[in-house]
Design a binder for this molecule. Structure first.
Ligand SMILES: NC(=O)c1ccc[n+]([C@@H]2O[C@H](COP(=O)([O-])OP(=O)(O)OC[C@H]3O[C@@H](n4cnc5c(N)ncnc54)[C@H](O)[C@@H]3O)[C@@H](O)[C@H]2O)c1
Length: 266
């Protein structure tokens, strides 16, 4: 199977996800909810999965109310493969199929290298790296007519970050590498795989992390500062690019991770 030449289709059709079914992991708040909102605006029906079931339910209600699509809130822990498979099954069984999967769930606890426990390292990799792999695997098993997988990476997948984030930086480099390999292996199935790499975007999780006691009294690294565009990102900056990746506008793209960073990594 190959992704078609879409040159003859009108622009409005290329950005449309009408008739497609999408799953967003960690979609209860933050970047994931913003992504769910743009996918729904483009016409996709959705499963919004989150380890916090109440957040997932509320997000699904908001998305359905605002955009008139079908949206299911789903308790899902990306470290538990069975719960990921169950969310994928809900898309197929209750929405009728699966064409778009966004691996967004992520954690970013800060612990200095000298103090970091094995458990912290393993937990960050279980959510960010293995969770993205399991999501992609379960999605690909069900994308019988092709599809698009979008991995939310980070500028921390391109370079070092703030003190305390060794596990996070390692996990996001892993997701960027995974994006490349998945693209190679899944292309014959008509499945494209792209990464989106945000810089600093104030979200509920990001603000809580910033407010936590800092592990080292060091100045912020350039990654924590605004880039040439001069403002921090907002969730919708990331959501629009995720929609582009998921849509047929990006029909000839797979394997890349797109920096979405206001130029901060330029
Ligand atoms: N906000 C930023 O500045 C920024 C920058 C670069 C990359 N990112 C990435 O974007 C993604 C979203 O970040 P955010 O800022 O919106 O964070 P957030 O903490 O505000 O939201 C993350 C959501 O994921 C859910 N979640 C956490 N662990 C989960 C699990 N095991 N299974 C399912 N859901 C789980 C949380 O309940 C929450 O609803 C993460 O992968 C993060 O690494 C964020």
């Amino acid at each position: 199977m190959t992704t078609a030449d879409v040159s003859a289709r009108p622009l409005a059709d290329l950005i449309s996800l009408a008739g497609r079914r999408a799953v967003v992991t960690g979609g209860g708040r933050g970047l994931g909810k913003a992504i769910a909102l743009r996918l729904a605006e483009a016409g996709a029906d959705l499963v919004i999965g989150d380890v916090d079931a109440d957040l997932a339910t509320t997000a699904a209600e908001d998305v359905a109310r605002l955009h008139g699509v079908r949206a299911l809130g789903c308790a899902m822990d990306v470290t538990d493969s069975a719960s990921v498979a169950a969310a994928a099954d809900r898309a197929v069984d209750e929405l009728g199929g699966l064409e778009v999967w966004v691996n967004n769930a992520g954690v970013f606890p800060a612990e200095p290298v000298l103090d970091m426990s094995d458990e912290t390292w393993d937990r960050v990799f279980a959510v960010n790296a293995r969770g993205s792999f399991v999501g992609a695997r379960e999605a690909a098993r069900r994308m019988t007519a092709g599809g698009a997988i979008v991995n939310i990476v980070s500028t921390a997948g391109f370079r070092g970050s703030a003190p305390g984030l060794a596990a996070y930086v390692g996990s996001k480099h892993a997701v960027r590498g995974l994006t490349r390999e998945l693209a190679l292996e899944l292309a014959p199935l008509g499945i494209r795989v792209l990464g989106v790499a945000p810089s600093h975007v104030p979200t509920e999780g990001n603000l809580a992390a910033a407010a936590a006691p800092h592990p080292a009294d060091q100045p912020p690294t350039p990654l924590m500062l605004n880039g040439p565009i001069g403002r921090p990102g907002v969730p919708d900056d990331i959501a629009r690019v995720a929609l582009f990746c998921a849509s047929d506008l990006a029909a000839f793209m797979t394997g890349s991770t797109l920096l979405e960073d206001g130029g901060s990594t330029a």
